[in-house]
Ligand binder design. Sequence first.
Ligand SMILES: Cc1cc2nc3c(=O)[nH]c(=O)nc-3n(C[C@H](O)[C@H](O)[C@H](O)COP(=O)(O)OP(=O)(O)OC[C@H]3O[C@@H](n4cnc5c(N)ncnc54)[C@H](O)[C@@H]3O)c2cc1C
Ligand code: FES
Length: 353
Amino acid sequence: MTQFKQLSFWSDAEPLECVTRTPEAPNVVTFSFQSPSGALFNHDPGQFVTLELPAPGGPLYRTYTISSAPSRPTALTITVKAQDGSTGTRWMLDNLHKGMRIRASGPAGKFSIVHHPADKYLFISAGSGITPMVAMTTWLYDSGREPDIVFINCARRPSEIILRDRIELMASRIVGIDLKWVVEEPDPFRPWTGYRGIFNQIMLGLIAQDYLEREVFCCGAEPFMRAVREALAGLGFDMDRYHQESFTAEPAHAEDVPEDVVPDEQNQAEIAFALSGITAKCKETDSILAAAKAVGLVIPSGCAMGICGTCKVRKTEGQVHMVHNGGITDEDVEDGYILACCSKPLGRVSVEA
Ligand SMILES: Cc1cc2nc3c(=O)[nH]c(=O)nc-3n(C[C@H](O)[C@H](O)[C@H](O)COP(=O)(O)OP(=O)(O)OC[C@H]3O[C@@H](n4cnc5c(N)ncnc54)[C@H](O)[C@@H]3O)c2cc1C
Ligand code: FES
């Protein structure tokens, strides 16, 4: 059995060892990891890790929210759902078993209640977007104080609700977790007494009458999050108190780019990959990641939308147009780093890759 070393915390220089796998719902599994050295896990509830999956044909990088809370530091869990056509997550479901070690980077991410402390929360999610909400709820539950959380999760059917048992157990043992499930349709021959339909403004008003007083955290597919944003904004909610995590959306901060110069499809660009000695010619509208791939160079990447930070490389020459989603810090940018997945070359650029 692993001996845990108090006050020694895991860093991503060490691999993660899979210790258990738990089926949650169709095509959904929770993997639990420990550090081989016995180091403990310390992260903000809601943060994610990016795993390097040793799939055939080269590693795949995939980003997953840590579904466990730092108040339970002896293991780190992720809960993954393989959609139709999945390669990375499907590989995990088929191949990742107890005893295997895999590399990971992180933890990273800013989607956490630690950055937005409040007396009352509204956690609203759809599908696998429930994972950061479970981590944050567990953390509040473990604090020993009574939380005030309205927890809404939307799923296609009751049998597809992810981590339902875990959240219902917490809600049944403490006052202050007001749990509401919304499904599109019931399972055949299984009576359903919860909400039914597509989440809308009327449901919000019925479920959380004091929503105006709550700090809102939202996670799910972009159309779902758009519907929640529109519902809240339409009801006069202060959107500074709305926070969201996107698993798949396009970069959200294009309008924040400080440069006047924007990539032009008509303009040619040239990227020198200094470490590999390869130069790629491309359009200014191609990302550095795509240009690298086109010349057979692999820059590890996890999300392809500027969130996870996996594709960070150092730029030593030239200018790029970078539109990210929080995957890089201001300090890193000052030190010359860029995210290859969401940086487009303006003219000639040189990067350390
Ligand atoms: C912050 C964050 C947290 C997330 N948390 C969770 C979670 O808790 N649970 C969960 O199930 N999912 C989570 N996801 C989504 C997850 O990262 C995957 O996108 C999703 O599981 C689909 O990956 P796949 O391998 O199943 O599907 P695939 O279809 O194989 O891949 C999906 C995405 O990966 C890109 N991609 C495909 N091949 C490669 C490659 N070789 N290199 C790089 N990118 C590639 C594709 O462009 C596509 O966007 C999270 C994503 C983000 C950004
Ligand atoms: S791949 Fe995630 S930030 Fe670029």
